[in-house]
Design a protein around this ligand. Structure first.
Ligand code: FA5
Length: 339
């Protein structure tokens, strides 16, 4: 018992005198460590007479608890006084709440894409993806775009090799062809994605922008179905009636073809976004040309369809009142942080 009292008195004195967490650790090791004094006491038990062993064991454990409690108490004291010291120094207040984390947000194009995907999924469409580096066959040939069509001009298309076979896709329409190859009619698909054009940029033209292709192939598909789908699309995104106009448009892969324009929200008399026309070209569309169906192995006598190529970047501009398409992929945080 004398041993215990002696050890306890020494330990408590040393603990009280300790002035750092490191010093406390050393004391803990000396008394409670594997080779510490308390361990020595416990190790001596087997050599004691049997009747003494329980009491010595119990006291050794009480001693251990007492030293641990003294260590903990002194540890808390030291920690509190070091916080006080830091606070007193005036350069850091550890009690202040942390700064809010920068969590970021989804890009407006991603937000609108996801909304459109949900809308079209609810109408039974499938969402498809296609390669950004695309072959000539899918970009043009299978879309009934002959060799001398202006869309093939190197002014518009970024070619990837000298053969002219591979280019960065200038539109999402090649995914139509991939859909027709892979799916049995009837089917409905959309394909949002990035497209690239070698052209001069301005408030409504970027060299890299987003489109969303749509295609429906079924029995007796008519212009009425097409217009119904376009109206649903616009209502779903704007949650209000948007003033639109439909005019004839020419694309080699649709017949008849249309241009659906939306009224420019930025002006009433013409501005740089609408090219001074008060209308923004948004949604070219039409009935799928029989040649296109035939080239992909679908019998145009049996099946018909419609297709559209939504200018997704322009839709995002209209939705969020963004007056220059170049903001979208410009990477300026001051712009992006608004979404
Ligand atoms: C096409 O790309 C056709 N593939 C669309 C199509 C699909 C027609 C299916 C018929 C059936 P166009 O080149 O007009 O068409 O582009 C489609 C839309 O993309 C335009 O209405 C416009 O909203 C948008 N767009 C075109 N060029 C740019 C550009 N440089 N920057 C931003 N948006 C653009």
């Amino acid at each position: 018992m004398a041993d215990h009292d002696d050890i306890r008195a020494r330990a408590e004195a040393e603990i009280l005198a300790a002035d750092s967490a490191a010093a406390l650790k050393d004391i803990e090791r000396a008394y409670l460590g594997k080779k510490g004094e308390v361990a020595g006491l416990l190790a001596s038990i087997p050599s004691l007479p049997a009747e003494e062993r329980p009491l010595v064991g119990k006291n050794a454990n009480l001693l251990k608890q007492a030293i641990q409690a003294a260590l903990d108490a002194r540890g808390s004291e030291l920690e509190a006084s070091s916080l006080d010291a830091e606070r007193g120094a005036g350069d850091f207040d550890p009690t202040l709440p942390p700064r809010p984390l920068d969590t970021g947000s989804l890009h407006p194009i991603t937000q609108v894409t996801r909304e459109l995907e949900d809308l079209f999924l609810s109408m039974g469409y499938t969402v498809l993806d296609g390669p950004e580096v695309e072959r000539d066959f899918y970009n043009f040939e299978a879309l009934n775009i002959p060799r001398d069509h202006p869309a093939r001009d190197s002014q518009d298309t970024f070619y990837c090799d000298d053969s002219g076979d591979f280019s960065l896709r200038p539109h999402t329409s090649p995914v139509q062809v991939r859909a027709m190859e892979r799916l049995e009619p009837p089917f409905r698909v959309i394909a949002p994605g990035r497209v690239f054009r070698h052209e001069t940029t301005d408030a409504s033209h970027e060299h890299t922008f987003h489109q969303m292709e749509g295609m429906v192939v079924g029995k007796d598909i008519s212009v009425g179905h097409l217009i119904g789908a376009m109206k649903t699309l616009l209502r779903g995104i704007f949650h209000r009636e948007v003033e639109v106009r439909l005019r004839p448009g020419h694309f080699p892969f649709v017949e008849p073809g249309f241009e659906l324009d939306a009224r420019c929200p930025f002006c009433s008399e013409g501005c740089s976004v609408c090219g001074r026309t008060t209308w923004i070209e948004l949604l070219p569309c039409g009935l799928v040309h029989p040649n296109v169906l035939r080239m992909s192995g679908i019998d145009p006598e049996e099946w018909s369809g419609f297709a559209f190529g939504l200018g997704l970047s322009r839709l995002v501009m209209l939705r969020y009142n963004i007056d220059d398409v170049r903001h979208l992929l410009g990477g300026d945080l001051r712009f992006l942080e608004q979404f």
